[in-house]
Design a protein around this ligand. Structure first.
Ligand SMILES: Nc1ncnc2c1ncn2[C@@H]1O[C@H](COP(=O)(O)O)[C@@H](OP(=O)(O)O)[C@H]1O
Ligand SMILES: [Mg+2]
Length: 443
């Protein structure tokens, strides 16, 4: 396995755990056999079993040895980086909701917050510590918005939240830096996200996906993937607000927060937030629930296997799509849904939490049909695609071809739109329905 790290820093193991570069990881997290009931796990509990050491139940219920494969260590580092990112972003979201923090806009008028820069800095810092300064990262943010008078004030808040978050790195089992990061180091960490696309191995990061949902206090995701030779081989998707009870996905998070105020969730019990992980060839995906503490930190619960829904009857299927019709044509998908025989109302959710919904079996279909000329970015899909596929689902463009992650920052050659589903039978029917509706659409 270590051969896989030839180009990376030395990985050393010892009695207490292992380390990569200057980061120390404790020995395997304790997989406590969870006494979690279906009451506390929503609809995933029937499929997912606690994971004693490296044994796991597969989808057929048979014991199967888990090897997270040749990417085990990368996955461990990536999961912890995303967990830290979740902690940072969730704190900033709370501040935005209390009006102590606000969002700015980029040149293309899209929103950006200190969380976008802060998460990018933290994830980049963790990856560099683990795999060396030469690590290649392709990420959404640059530092243009951190220049000038306004920019400098924002930069100070980014540096402060990055240091606040890194000082609590031990929550996720990482060693905090020996001293606070300075402004230059934070800028360097963010700028590392603008690596040239390499043919061999690159990390792909969306530090806050669904920034609109984020500033509205709703769903968002932190998405980290790894691409090797043009293929996504690892995915980690943090969804800090993903509700334990999936029916809450139907409602804006402000109702969730209101309900949580009236009937506060018991301390120490999972009620929302998870990190999904998988690696190419694992044949499984995992979900680690985040059990939030009142101080904005969290406890990590043992991972559980998640799997896509077994439903293949369109009449029983739930389909999800972006909230904003500017990002995907609601009228086109309405026509497709109608001809497919979908009966349920579409589930409109911000961000890659939609990929999480398919991987967890909370929805069966996700369709995205952007306006002509819009170029999908690889960081908006890489982690989600890998996790859905390993959880048993299918992801293609509307022509039935796999998404092409080998052409740089964009999904080049995408045929019309993106279709994600829980299985091949349903997938074929969706593609036929899209074909049937396409010519009469105005897309
Ligand atoms: N006009 C457009 N058409 C399609 N997708 C768009 C778009 N403008 C932005 N997006 C992408 O849609 C993502 C949000 O997804 P969703 O609409 O599903 O919540 C955005 O991610 P960011 O918020 O990270 O920029 C952005 O990448
Ligand atoms: Mg995005």
């Amino acid at each position: 396995m270590l051969g896989n790290f030839d180009s990376l820093r030395e990985i050393s193991r010892n009695a207490r755990g292992w380390s990569v570069g200057s980061l120390a990881f404790p020995r395997a997290r304790s997989w406590r056999p969870s006494a979690v009931s279906s009451e506390t796990t929503g609809n995933i509990d029937s499929r997912a079993q606690p994971r004693p050491q490296c044994l796991e139940h597969n989808r057929d219920g048979n014991d199967k040895k888990i090897t997270r494969g040749v990417y085990a260590q990368e996955l461990e580092v990536a999961a912890r980086a995303v967990q830290l990112g979740c902690m940072l972003a969730q704190r900033v979201q709370e501040r935005i909701l209390r009006k102590e923090e606000n969002a700015g806009s980029k040149d293309d008028k899209s929103l950006v917050t200190v969380a976008d820069w802060g998460v990018q800095a933290v994830v980049s810092w963790v990856l560099s510590q683990a795999f060396g300064e030469e690590v290649s990262i392709i990420a959404e943010e640059d530092t243009k918005g951190l220049k000038g008078m306004n920019g400098i004030q924002t930069l100070q808040r980014v540096v402060a939240v990055v240091n606040e978050c890194l000082s609590q790195a031990s929550v996720v089992g990482l060693t905090p830096p020996s001293r606070k990061l300075g402004t230059i180091e934070v800028l360097r960490a963010i700028n590392k996200g603008n690596s040239e696309v390499r043919s061999s191995r690159s990390w792909v990061l969306d530090p806050v996906d669904g920034t609109l949902g984020f500033v509205r206090g709703d769903q968002y995701a932190i998405a980290l993937g790894m691409i090797e030779d043009g293929r996504v081989v690892l995915g980690v998707l943090g969804c800090p607000n993903y509700p334990m009870r999936p029916q809450w996905l139907n409602y804006h998070q402000k109702y969730y927060r209101l309900a949580s105020k009236i009937a506060p969730p018991p301390p120490g019990k999972w009620h929302k937030g998870c990190v999904l992980t998988s690696a190419k060839g694992a044949g499984q995906a995992w979900m680690e629930p985040l059990v939030w503490n009142s101080d904005g930190s969290f406890l990590l619960n043992p991972p559980r296997v998640v799997a896509v829904s077994p439903v293949d009857d369109p009449a029983q299927a739930t389909f999800c799509e972006p909230v904003e019709k500017a990002n995907s044509s609601h009228s086109f998908t309405e026509g497709v849904a109608d001809s497919l025989g979908l009966r349920k109302r579409p589930l409109r959710v911000y961000s890659m939490a939609k990929y999480a919904a398919i991987a967890r079996g909370d929805a069966e279909i996700f369709m995205k049909f952007a306006r002509a000329g819009y170029k999908e970015k690889i960081w908006d899909h890489a982690a989600g695609v890998l996790i859905v596929e390993e959880a048993g689902g299918v992801v293609t463009d509307a022509g039935g071809r796999p998404l092409d992650f080998s052409k740089g920052r964009y999904l080049e050659g995408l045929d019309r739109g993106i279709i994600v589903s829980c299985g091949t039978g349903l997938h074929r029917r969706i593609i036929s329905a899209v074909d049937a509706s396409w010519n009469s659409s105005k897309l």
